[in-house]
Ligand binder design. Structure first.
Ligand code: 8YV
Length: 332
């Protein structure tokens, strides 16, 4: 593109992989966040006053105040991420701003991390690893009754949210000998269900009461906020584990922490939290909780693929076409 041509102003709120930032600089008048400090609401409001395209992440709250402050030139929010619960979709639509996301490319990485947590918590992986590294502890050697966890083979896994990621978790879990159960807004097509050997539960309550491990894989929407409420968490067996790689808001985190503390739930593997970056101290203190700092899609390959998707969405949109990953509020 000749230097004299006016390139669209694209404001990116966080540092992205070098390869992606380089390409963005080539294609757009890209304003990048070299310090990678999360932007405050005031910074976002200032950004949308001039940006033609905004590229936010999960750490940016693109709420009504931000969207109302947007100038008429802001036409696209190309989210770097699949979840769009950070964006007020209704206000964006009302203001004629298109929203895109990055589905598909982080499915396998997130499913891997889910499987890692499903293995880690019942088998006490983090506890064992921390034990050896703790200088005050002195490992005296193998013992037949020490550090015993629980077998996952043959146990019942209940997946909440059987979209791309839920199904990828089911495929992995079957290979580990888990029985697959699921609850979803819509029942899967018969051939998909049969292929996964999955049992559908119309009633989430009934499924919860019978599972050994629960995996949360649904998006956070107004309908799924605290889907695992205090009442529902109490339906779980005291031997059950909860794994969440979706969004913290889907679980009543305080109640989960309280029930684990009280021995009413066996443990949890959590990659996401209700008030990130804050984490309930009870969860952090519990030896029965494996807590990760939102790492589900944190592979270099995944983040490059996400960046590629963002670029394709922006380019397609600016070329006057419907971007491939356009988000419609009704999808969530
Ligand atoms: C992303 C995620 O890293 O894409 C998502 O929905 O939860 C994460 O894995 C994050 O959202 C980036 O904005």
């Amino acid at each position: 593109m000749p230097n004299s041509a006016k390139r669209p102003l694209v404001i990116v709120t966080r540092r992205l992989p070098d390869l992606i930032e380089t390409r963005m600089r080539e294609l757009f008048d890209a304003r990048l966040n070299v310090d990678d400090q999360p932007m405050k609401q005031a910074d976002l409001i200032a950004a949308v006053a001039t940006a033609e395209v905004l590229v936010p992440t999960v750490t940016d709250r693109i709420d009504r105040a931000v969207l109302t402050a947007a100038g008429p030139q802001l036409k696209l929010i190309a989210n770097f991420g699949t979840g769009v619960d950070n964006i007020d979709l209704d206000t964006a639509r009302a203001r004629g701003i298109t929203v895109t996301n990055t589905p598909g490319v982080l499915t396998e990485d997130t499913a891997d991390m889910t499987m890692a947590l499903i293995l880690s918590v019942p088998r006490r992986l983090a506890e064992g690893a921390a034990y050896l590294k703790e200088p005050r502890q002195q490992w005296t050697g193998w013992s037949p009754t020490w550090m015993l966890g629980h077998r996952i083979y043959g146990k019942r896994l209940g997946i909440i949210g059987m979209g791309r990621i839920g199904q990828a978790v089911a495929r992995r879990a079957r290979a580990f000998g888990l029985q697959i159960h699921y609850h979803n807004r819509r029942r899967l097509a018969e051939e998909v269900e049969t292929g996964l050997e999955a049992t559908y539960w119309d009633s989430l309550d009934q499924m919860l009461a019978r599972m050994d491990i629960i995996s949360v894989n649904c998006p956070h929407t107004p309908a799924t906020y605290h889907l695992l409420s205090a009442r529902r968490l109490k339906l779980l067996k005291p031997t059950a584990y909860v794994v969440n790689t979706a969004r913290g808001e889907v679980i009543d985190e305080n109640e989960l922490a309280r029930l684990i503390d009280a021995g009413a739930i066996a443990g949890a593997g959590l990659d996401v939290f209700e008030h990130e970056p804050a984490v309930n101290p009870k969860l952090l203190a519990s030896s029965r909780v494996v807590a990760l700092p939102h790492m589900g899609s944190a592979t270099l390959e995944g983040r490059i693929d996400m960046g590629e998707k963002v670029i394709i969405n922006i380019k397609t949109f600016l070329d006057g076409h419907s971007p491939p990953d356009r988000v419609h509020p009704a999808m969530f």
